[in-house]
Design a binder for this molecule. Structure first.
Ligand code: 6GU
Length: 230
């Protein structure tokens, strides 16, 4: 998978993309991440990419010119057809199902903006899908882009060491993950449940499923609501 990121702050991606699973996925050629600085496509010598909103009001708005020019440049960097995502709090909320969907793509283009918003023509004039990562406002789309990359790349087969570990994650079956334990068997008086030491794999699987259901009911009853995706 090729991932192009259009951003005003390429440097904020470095530390995350250069560690752990994402790093290994790049080193092994499973993914290729290419950063392009929107500011390089500013029309003036001040490298201006934002301006005051028409009609007045607070804050600055990202100008369409640099984003369109940057996008058109990036499109030509590869022959591969791309799915383009505009990161915005006004988009559809990202979730595990969307991560799974994106993990099947050959190429993603992520557009991360700063400032108070995008000129509306960026939304309407480019063929993009708008995605948000939750109901709160971030200062820019960079963290959201990283969240999407992280959640998507770990689903690519070969990205995780153990193929089962993505399948067992919270949300992969619409439930939260069951409680996990490792050594020691007793820690500060707190004991590992006997069932996990029993060696009875069928009973263990049933216990885990039950725990997942109970935990989901308690912490995230919304996930069990049959109307939730409507
Ligand atoms: Cl994608 N961008 C910004 N600026 N804030 C957000 C977001 C995106 N998703 C949630 N909050």
């Amino acid at each position: 998978m090729r991932i192009d990121i259009l951003t005003l702050f390429p440097e904020v991606f470095a530390s995350h993309l250069n560690c752990s699973i994402i790093k290994r996925a790049q080193d092994e050629g499973l993914i290729q991440i290419v950063m392009t600085d929107i500011r390089d496509f500013a029309a003036d010598s001040y490298r201006k990419v934002d301006d005051k909103p028409y009609g007045g009001g607070p804050g600055m708005v990202m100008m369409p010119g640099p984003v369109f020019d940057c996008f058109e440049h990036v499109l030509k960097l590869s022959q591969e057809k791309a799915r383009t995502i505009l990161l915005t709090p006004q988009g559809k909320t990202f979730n595990q199902a969307k991560a799974l969907e994106l993990s099947a793509e050959k190429r993603l283009i992520l557009i991360a903006g700063k400032y108070e918003g995008f000129d509306e023509r960026i939304r309407t004039g480019l063929d993009t899908e708008q995605i948000s990562i939750g109901d709160y406002i971030l200062n820019g789309g960079e963290l959201a882009a990283m969240v999407i990359i992280d959640a998507t790349v770990r689903l690519l087969s070969g990205a995780l060491g153990d193929e089962d570990s993505a399948r067992d994650d919270s949300f992969s079956d619409g439930l939260l993950e069951y409680p996990q334990y490792t050594r020691p068997e007793v820690f500060r008086g707190m004991k590992v449940p006997d069932i996990l030491l029993s060696g009875n794999h069928k009973k263990i699987a049933e216990w885990r499923k039950q725990q997942s259901i109970e935990r989901t009911k308690k912490n995230r009853p919304d996930l069990l609501d049959p109307e939730k995706d409507k």
